[in-house]
Design a protein around this ligand. Structure first.
Ligand SMILES: *Cc1c(COP(=O)(O)O)cnc(C)c1O
Length: 369
């Protein structure tokens, strides 16, 4: 029997080039003959998870495993409500915030519609739109590597349903301050949904950084996306959430698969929110010292770099980013190449423990000496 796959597959799926994740660490270590691998590629917080989460995980009983999780993460939404203020009906929890990106596109977009975001940002917005058959309008960052509000506004038309603003931006760490965000929302004037992806908001220490959950009182078309994968260090458990006005959350939840967030993830996320240990302060301290270390090393090497607000920095390399990635991998450091983010010959480096970054800086300097 022959399968006429082409007759079954929509063109936007046939043309889509899927993301290929890096191989498991054990395989990379075998390939490169390593006995240790430092992961500086995914902006993970290796200080975590926090003590309360570790305690909880050590005590988890296998008796919970045969039972379905709460289908709508009710207890976790109650805890989010206690910590952040809005009623629990305004929160929607997903299997990582990536699942929520997919749900918001499904909820608002149909063929012929478009979304707007930047060209050099988190690629999942663009990918979800494209494999859903929706046009993604990618607006170049401005000269300071910021999302360009005026150019984005100029791209809005009657079929624009969603605008994704990564704040602060991955990979540049640049952000819109509250004034810029407000001016943008005033100009959008409720014509489309504005998603502020705040995956790294917990790392921002700038007083003018906007709280997009608070701004929802004035701008009912504003949606905040956040994640437990970065600051809270629960990446393996896959849990993120959005907050919006009650009616907007209700619409998105219709396109969202219930039961997608497992019980362990829901419990760990609650524990992470309730933890009063100095874990977050320690992480911020680690990130601050990492920024300084990388800046100093880049200055010495004469390399361009971009240091913004997340737990990551970008470095421009005088050789190809994939070649540098392989050279670093041979020395036990996995970094992210940026060609795929439309930053050819830049790498992105996650800010991890000072001792590891010191070693990284030594290796980087050796490679170029
Ligand atoms: C890491 C990241 C996310 C999402 O992560 P999940 O693990 O799916 O919650 C979302 N947005 C940005 C910008 C990120 O860097």
């Amino acid at each position: 029997m022959s399968l006429k796959l082409d007759n079954l597959v929509p063109e936007h799926i046939r043309l889509f080039d899927p993301y290929r994740p890096s191989p498991p660490d054990a395989e990379l270590m075998r390939l490169y003959g390593l006995n240790h691998l430092h992961r500086l590629n995914n902006n993970e917080n290796i200080l975590g998870p926090s003590p309360a989460v570790r305690e909880l995980l050590a005590e988890i009983n296998a008796g919970i495993i045969p039972i379905y999780p709460h289908g709508d993460s009710q207890n976790l939404r109650d805890t989010l409500s206690e910590k952040l203020g809005p009623d629990r009906s305004r929160f929607l929890v997903g299997n990582g915030s990536c699942e929520l990106i997919s749900s918001v596109v499904k909820a608002f977009c149909e063929p012929g519609d478009n979304i707007i975001t930047a060209d050099k940002t988190f690629a999942v917005y663009e990918w979800v739109a494209e494999f859903s058959g929706i046009e993604a309008r990618l607006i170049p960052l401005d000269q300071n590597y910021r999302f360009d509000p005026d150019a984005m506004l100029a791209a809005v038309d009657g079929r624009t349903k969603l605008i994704f603003v990564c704040n602060p931006n991955n990979p540049t760490g640049t952000y819109w301050d509250e004034m810029t965000m407000r001016r943008f929302l005033d100009a959008v004037d409720g014509r489309c949904i504005v998603v502020a992806d705040e995956a790294y908001c917990e790392f921002v220490e700038q007083p003018d950084f906007p709280d997009c959950i608070k701004l929802q009182d004035e701008y009912p078309n504003l949606v905040s996306f956040r994640t437990f994968s970065k600051m809270y260090a629960l990446a393996a458990l896959r849990v993120g959430y959005l907050c919006a006005g009650e009616d907007v959350t209700d619409i998105i939840s219709r396109a969202h698969v219930a039961y997608s967030v497992n019980t362990t993830a829901q419990m760990a996320a609650r524990a992470a929110l309730l933890d009063r240990s100095p874990f977050i302060g320690q992480t911020l301290e680690m990130v601050r010292s990492g920024r300084k270390l990388i800046a100093d090393t880049c200055e010495k090497l004469g390399f361009d770099y971009i240091i913004g607000e997340g737990n990551y920095v970008m470095i421009r390399t005088p050789i190809s980013d994939t070649l540098l990635q392989r050279k670093l991998l041979r020395r036990g450091f996995l970094v992210r190449t940026m060609t795929g983010f439309r930053f050819p010959n830049w790498i992105r480096v996650s800010l991890v423990k000072e001792s590891v970054l010191e070693e990284f800086c030594v290796v980087l300097t050796e490679i170029f000496s």
